[in-house]
Ligand binder design. Sequence first.
Ligand code: FES
Length: 112
Amino acid sequence: MTWYKVPDFPDTDKPFLRKVKVNGKGICMVGYEGNIYALSSTCPHAGGELAGGWCKDGKLICPLHRYSYDIHTGKGDPGQNDYVDVYPVEIREDGVYIGITSFFEKLKQAFK
Ligand code: FES
């Protein structure tokens, strides 16, 4: 896994949704109840932009058809049978970092 610093991250305790690009990936950053989460920003249903949605009861809601995803696990609601990727977040002295495991790293781990 490689850690990437999120550019221009806002220093706030207020709730927020924000799309960032990290290592070529679109990531939806979620500030919710004092914690920061990072999920894939593309809805697996039909490609909606999750950062344009909202967060309610620990779920990220897609603005297009209102599918919802748990911000901790990325799992879709029952019946959706889908999920979004979630990424670990670290808050360091010099900023916020997201951990991303590349496809090749995942492949290597699968064949260990
Ligand atoms: S595109 Fe997200 S719910 Fe349909």
